[in-house]
Ligand binder design. Structure first.
Ligand SMILES: [Zn+2]
Ligand SMILES: [Zn+2]
Length: 952
């Protein structure tokens, strides 16, 4: 639908200079004689600031205000270079009016309109220009604006009544003849200034050329007996038509209007927006009646010779909009005047208000609870919380309970919920204190939508014990005091409709707690919690103490990922060397559905929603093999993972790209501290976890500085063949070499929409593997996925189960572990990404699931040869032949099935080649590359093969 504009939160006008074109109908242009009146430029429209909130801020005020911001489109604003707000978010532009955006709600306003608001509130000092403060409290100002937020997806302004300007607030600002006043500065009005300086001299300029009809004399009129002062006050509150009527009917009142000073008072009462008048108070003029009339005409919206457009705009904003902002602001002002910051909060910081639920209620109030008036008062403070649970046992409120030390700090509406609650009380023992709170939450389906609700609160105490309310089963969020700090209170966002939505601890430096007995056990707690874990929400389990957490890596599809609502899943490989030595294998789902670690004597551990097609790297943990490096390829989402061990063996899933990969190499030595860190695990975040379209959106590393009894070999980094392409997986063979032609090598010109490109298939195969075909076999298993190309076998995996020795299995590609199917196609098959691809064979999708495994039993026989079906590429578009199918032949002449693409028929003119295995020719090299379906996740398949022979 193209772009859209947003409007000033205060005046509702455009935040850039509007334009129209020469050919536009006059009705949709501005009258240039009006727009250029007084050489008035429209630059003030560009002096825009953005105000917003940083809930993660550790200061007690979380509000930021940008410098000059220029509007782009869709509510995005660019800030000037070096603007601290840019650095705060680390982004190039800020989005406004996005209630559900990834950074907090922010909105734009004209600096001029804010100054006008300050005059309305009468809070600005005369020195505003000099001291840079306009007297508006940003916290209260933002709180008011946020409560007026329009929460719809394409909001362009606040949810207040913008009055006459709302008709112009279309997708783009509507320029319309007669409405020029909307774009004129309400403060900088040269024509008004020129008029006002003339006031003292007016009486000499021209006679007052309008006269009111004389009132009729009535001696019995009781009004004539009233003192003048009283008569004035009665008339002050009447509008013009009533006044005119009264002047005509009552002589005593008629006399009143002849007093210029009465008109001055009337002007101040009726036109508070003409604040300049108060500064010319000392000037005597007999012409206030005329000033009144002139200003009344000048400030009307309808075009006329009297209209002063800037003044008309000022009056409009003042009368139509500012009361809606000033009313709630003044209410907050009164409330805050009653609650001065107590001693205990002076100089305090916050742990950052973490978002706990979704959707976030539209209206929130922030509440601060503190444990005592002063730090000394903590000595015998009674600390007790009330946890409010609704009827479904979801936690909806957290308050500081009544107690001896409670003062008026508690919010007046603290117990008001729009739903019934029961209360559980949590007491911190007199010799103990609060160090943190773990919030457990879960995503709950609610019709089409999903919402996150709090199911448990665990209060962590200094004695390393805790008190639990509700459940611990769900996603876990640690909210904890910083190192060397102690808690003095809590802060919450809460609303009567949504309940508790954000939470932080208020804290002071530990130094200040000296001499208070209940804090004497401090110091032990940090052995029990992982403070670094507080930066993410964790699925089920918070990483244990001692584990360091890298920043997550996510792609540009995840720009809207909200950290507070995206549970990371931690996979701990091991936190001691004994645990790492017990590892026997690591597997990753080739479509990024999950990661698993298996152990010799421990239960396996896995993360992710779907361990369906697992590609495995066997690891000889007992023999000293350790994972020492992780690589990610992150483009629009994480698209490749590569794991490397100190034995120079590796597992590659998805893309490998030297350009984009991010290497996390362990053991890593910190250049400053010279301390070594070791890889102990990784983590990931999957979106839409319970659907087949679930995506891995973010990945990161877990590492540790110290590992008990670290194995010596584990600090040796192998020669990583990073510069060499293709990569051998799991490792380059020794004692063998390639021989003969590469079967399946081809190049072909492909058209993709309007583009065409040439696919050189071997360049497209970043990994190669080899498999020993000389040993006796129990069985061969082959996995085919859905076809994506006519005449190309979609060969996902080959597994050889050997009959000799330890009867080991060697896998090229993934092993399929069918799970409970998510039958969204209605035919008994799992949904698969092929559904979204243009390259699919529809009838195939309904016949078998995405992966189909075939087993060919050999019962201790060797292979005699492999037969390869090749489909030559049309010479006009390329060269070489595609691999269309393969078939193994055993030493006794028995044949495996022909594994081939969908709709394969032997008489389709394939070229058949054969590789016979001999004493020298003992194996196959397989060239692995991605399918080309153009969907989120591609399979890796065998594109080509080549014989391998023994080196003599
Ligand atoms: Zn404005
Ligand atoms: Zn499929």
């Amino acid at each position: 639908m193209g772009g859209a504009e947003v409007y000033c939160a205060i005046c509702g006008g455009p935040v850039s200079v509007p334009f129209w074109e020469d050919g536009d109908e006059e009705e949709y242009t501005y009258d240039l004689t009006v727009v250029q009146e007084d050489r008035l430029d429209l630059e003030w429209l560009k002096d825009v600031r953005v105000i917003g909130e940083d809930p993660a801020s550790t200061g007690l005020s979380r509000i930021w205000v940008s410098g000059v911001a220029s509007h782009d489109e869709h509510g995005y604003f660019y800030l000037e270079e070096g603007d601290p707000v840019m650095e705060l978010f680390g982004e190039e532009s800020l989005r406004t009016y996005a209630y559900k955006g990834h950074h907090s709600f922010a909105l734009p306003y004209h600096q001029t309109c804010r100054t006008l608001l300050s005059k309305y509130l009468n809070v600005g000092s005369d020195d505003t220009e000099n001291d840079g403060s306009d007297g508006i409290d940003n916290d209260m100002f933002f709180q008011v604006l946020r409560q007026l937020a329009d929460t719809s997806e394409y909001a362009q302004a606040l949810k207040l009544d913008y009055g006459s300007v709302s008709k112009n607030q279309e997708q783009y600002w509507c320029v319309s003849r007669g409405d020029e006043h909307f774009v004129h500065s309400p403060l900088d009005i040269p024509r008004l200034e020129r008029y006002l300086v003339r006031i003292p001299w007016m009486e000499h300029e021209r006679p007052m050329h309008y006269a009111l009809p004389r009132g009729q004399y009535d001696a019995s009129d009781p009004i004539s007996t009233l003192p003048m002062e009283l008569r004035w006050s009665i008339l002050l509150h009447l509008d013009m038509p009533s006044l005119m009527y009264l002047f005509q009917t009552c002589r005593a009142l008629y006399a009143t209007q002849r007093s210029s000073s009465w008109w001055r008072r009337k002007l101040l009462a009726d036109m508070p927006w003409l604040f300049e008048v108060s500064s010319i108070e000392a000037v005597v003029t007999e012409e206030w009646a005329r000033v009144y009339k002139d200003m009344w005409l000048a400030s009307r919206y309808t075009p006329s010779a009297h209209k002063i457009t800037g003044l008309a705009n000022r009056r409009r904003i003042w009368e139509e909009i500012l009361p809606q902002i000033a009313g709630p602001y003044e209410k907050l002002q009164k409330e805050s005047a009653r609650t001065d910051l107590p001693d205990i909060l002076k100089g305090a910081s916050s742990t950052g208000l973490r978002r706990l639920i979704s959707p976030e209620p539209e209206v929130n109030s922030s509440f601060r609870y503190y444990f005592a008036q002063s730090i000394a008062g903590l000595r015998d403070a009674h600390i007790e919380f009330h946890v409010h649970l609704d009827q479904e046992q979801f936690i909806r409120g957290l308050h500081f309970a009544e107690g001896p030390q409670r003062s008026e700090q508690s919010a007046p509406t603290q117990d008001a919920f729009d739903f019934p609650t029961t209360v559980e009380s949590v007491q911190v023992p007199a010799n103990d204190y609060l160090t943190g709170i773990i919030v457990t939450s879960r995503e709950i389906p609610e019709g089409e939508e999903r919402s996150r609700k709090i199911v448990g609160l665990e209060f962590l105490l200094g004695s390393s014990t805790s008190q639990q309310v509700g459940s611990t089963d769900g996603d876990r969020r640690l909210i904890h005091v910083s190192k060397d700090h102690f808690a003095v209170g809590i802060e919450t966002f809460s609303s009567s409709e949504g309940g508790l939505s954000r939470l932080s601890l208020l804290q002071q430096p530990a130094l200040l707690s000296r001499g208070i007995d209940r804090f004497s056990s401090q110091g032990s707690t940090l052995d029990h919690v992982n403070l670094e874990a507080a930066k993410y929400l964790w699925r089920k389990q918070i990483p244990p103490p001692g584990v360091q957490i890298s920043e997550h890596h996510s792609g540009y599809w995840s720009y809207a990922m909200e950290k507070d609502l995206s549970p990371m899943e931690p996979l701990i490989f091991g936190t001691t060397d004994a645990e790492l030595a017990d590892i026997t294998a690591i597997s990753i789902d080739v479509l990024f559905g999950g990661i698993e670690v298996r152990y010799g004597s421990r239960p396996s551990r896995s993360i992710g929603p779907r361990n369906l097609a697992m590609k495995t790297l066997a690891i000889d943990g007992q023999g000293g093999e350790r994972v020492v490096a992780l690589k990610y390829v992150v483009t629009y989402i994480p698209m490749g993972i590569r794991i490397v061990t100190n034995y120079g063996r590796q597992l590659v899933v998805g893309q490998t790209s030297r350009r984009q990969e991010e290497l996390m190499q362990y053991p890593h030595q910190d250049p400053d501290t010279r301390q070594f860190t070791h890889l102990v695990g990784m983590y990931g975040y999957w979106s839409s976890r319970d659907t087949p379209k679930s995506r891995l959106e973010a990945v990161g590393c877990l590492f540790a500085a110290e590992l008990g009894g670290q194995h010596q070999g584990a600090t040796e980094m192998p020669e990583l063949a990073s510069g060499q392409s293709p990569l051998w997986e799991p490792s380059a063979p020794s004692g063998v070499r390639e021989v003969g032609p590469i079967l399946g090598d081809f190049s072909v010109k492909e058209s993709l929409g309007i583009n065409s490109r040439t696919l050189e298939v071997l360049d497209h195969c970043p990994t190669v593997s080899w498999i020993d075909c000389s040993r006796p076999l129990l069985e061969v298993r082959v996995t085919l996925c859905h076809s994506f190309e006519e005449r190309q076998v979609p060969l996902s995996a080959i597994t050889f189960k050997y009959a000799d020795g330890a009867k080991e299995e060697v896998n090229i590609g993934p092993e399929i572990h069918p799970q409970s199917p998510i039958d969204t196609q209605g035919d008994g098959n799992d949904w698969c990404w092929c559904t979204l691809s243009g390259r699919k064979t529809k009838d195939e999708l309904s016949v078998h699931p995405h992966y189909k495994q075939h087993v060919w039993e050999l019962r201790d026989k060797r292979l005699q040869s492999v037969r390869v079906f090749l489909s030559p590429i049309d010479e006009e578009v390329g060269r070489g032949s595609r691999l269309a199918g393969i078939q193994f032949i055993a030493e006794d002449g028995s044949e495996s099935p022909k594994w081939s693409h969908w709709n394969f028929s032997s008489d389709d003119g394939y070229v058949i080649e054969s590789i016979a295995f001999t004493d020298e020719r003992i194996g196959l090299k397989l060239f692995m590359g991605e399918t080309r379906r153009s969907v989120t996740y591609e399979d890796t398949i065998v594109y080509a093969l080549q014989a391998m022979e023994r080196l003599v």
